[in-house]
Design a protein around this ligand. Sequence first.
Ligand code: DC
Length: 227
Amino acid sequence: MANVTPILTIDGPVGSGKGTIAARVARRLGWHLLDSGALYRLVAIAALDQGVRPGDEAALIRLTKTLDIEFSQEGGEVIATLDGLDVRKRMRSPETSDMASQVATIPGVRAALKERQRAFAEPPGLVADGRDMGTVIFPDAETKIYLTASVEVRAQRRHKQLKEKGESVNLSRLSRDIEERDHRDMNRTVAPLRPARDAIVVDSTALSIDQVVEKIIALMKDRSITD
Ligand code: DC
């Protein structure tokens, strides 16, 4: 079935800049935004709080199905609440990131999040950011971008981001973590990270965030998806 709502998917590995880029493109187009990674991070935080081990698949699936989450906007920033609590500060910690990457390998967890993600497709349009937006969640999306960049540049970007938030993380540890997570995300059996067959691959190693945003907007105009 064709999508009634136009959808732009932006997939790619950690630190490719897709989160920031997706948010900016969504704002420019006046479209809704789905940060699908946030859903996996919220499952991870709930699991950590409830003392559920990453290997306990049944408990993780149960927890995902009953997850009480809400997204709201405050001055352009998206706030995620879990059981009514603002968990913004914990969303990107190394502990949450590691757990999120592990829970994301469980097919039942991914299945339980599928419909929640599809429900974000509302007029006038949706920008969906993640790993499997173009391959699994929105395979009929009109425009699919696969954003990538070298491991070094991605580690530096994440380092800067964490530093700005007052968190101190060692750069070489970040590089190692990124490589480890890339490996896990790209080699899992369910919905591995890879470009959709009809995705446009954009390498952002030598591009600024603004340049990538302009490139995507120009592409949408070329295809007459926006004016
Ligand atoms: O994009 P992110 O770093 O916030 O994602 C957190 C984790 O969730 C990451 O390890 C990969 C996983 N993820 C996924 O498997 N599928 C998605 N659509 C989004 C994220």
